[in-house]
Write a protein that binds this ligand. Sequence first.
Ligand code: ATP
Ligand code: MG
Length: 433
Amino acid sequence: MQDRTLTAAVTPGETVTIAGWVHELRDLGGIAFLILRDRSGHIQVKIEKETMDEDLVEAATSVARESVVSVTGMAEEEPRAPTGIEVVPEEISVVAPAEPELPLDPSGKVDAELPTRLDNRTLDLRSDRVKAIFEVRSRMLAAVRTTFREEDCTEITTPKIVATGTEGGTELFPITYFAREAFMNQSPQLFKQLVAGSSIERVFEIGPIFRAEEHNTPRHLNEATSIDFEGAFFDADAAMTMAETVVTAAYEAVATDCTEQLEALELDDFTVPEPPFPRLTYEEAIDQINALGALDVTLGWGDDLPTEAERALGEEMGDHYFITDWPSEVKPFYIKDRDDDPERSTGFDMMHPDMELISGGQREHRHEQLVHAIQEQGLDPSQFEYYHDMFRYGMPPHAGFGLGGERLLMTMLDLDNIREAVLFPRDRQRLSP
Ligand code: ATP
Ligand code: MG
């Protein structure tokens, strides 16, 4: 809109045109206040019924909440106004009316259930709290990008429609690709390795991953945003350091640049984690879990860590930490075994006290061993030929990780449900909007 002034930029003594949503209408009898909201904040518009033009008074007092209006008038200092300034209108026009019955209350005074909020996301995003989540998300992802660039990484984009899944299995969404079956990719893993093995060496990608997880949990989505890294001449330790750097940088950027948003989210005790994060081996982790007596059963070598076990250990650890040296049998074929012990892998997870954030590791870069590892997991090497073939032509040792974008945001902002961290979540029930 031409000559529109943002509410935050309105200065007393000027005639301004402001435009935005009717946040609130307070009718006090002889006087009414219309609170107008735009992306920069709020401002009070004063309507004096006795002295102002009748049509203008009618327009201002009959408009429904959340309608879009444009107001032209003189800005004046007014200590009693919420921002110390008010606009005395000469002209008010309704740009886009809202129906009087709203499916939810964007002011947040009346709580709505998550499904109602997600069905009406545009209205939901008008609340300061929800808007703040996505401002933080944007800042967080920008910090991740900048950090990878500072670490000499190249941003890449890999296909999301693939002929075979990264790890095969049941977590794939099949689609029809002309007359053939294809799948939505569950991870850029194999592609990022193929690029790390070129002389590009260090790559990152921020993109969607698709997982046909049957279960409905507060920390799983069927379409998630994965922050992936892969670096040639990296080992697991170096990859863990990179993971710490990226996660810490994301927190720092939010702490510095999103103070207003953190306030809207009532996170006054926001703290940046301090690297290096403690590194526990898998064995140490299960020993600790068993010692805590958090489960009815005793965990043994090769067991996955149940959610309650992760919780109990997380509570004990108190902040981010790594679990390293996972049993080779529970990690995918592309994870390299330790040179000193083939039962143990170089695979690691970065944990937030509440849940897993990252899985990573050094990769098997030797062609013969890789083909063998694919077979060992009951997969058909010929299906992965496009991938392992390239390992015959000078594939350096390399390592990397995948970090769940929504999990990072969710844990950073202490959100109860991962669906809060994505605009239009895809889950077992939800396919629109
Ligand atoms: P989990 O055991 O928690 O289901 P995973 O081990 O299956 O996770 P990975 O394949 O290791 O997940 O993926 C790397 C990271 O991507 C995870 O640590 C997590 O942050 C994120 N991620 C994976 N699957 C999902 C999902 N369905 N929804 C949201 N984030 C996910
Ligand atoms: Mg994992």
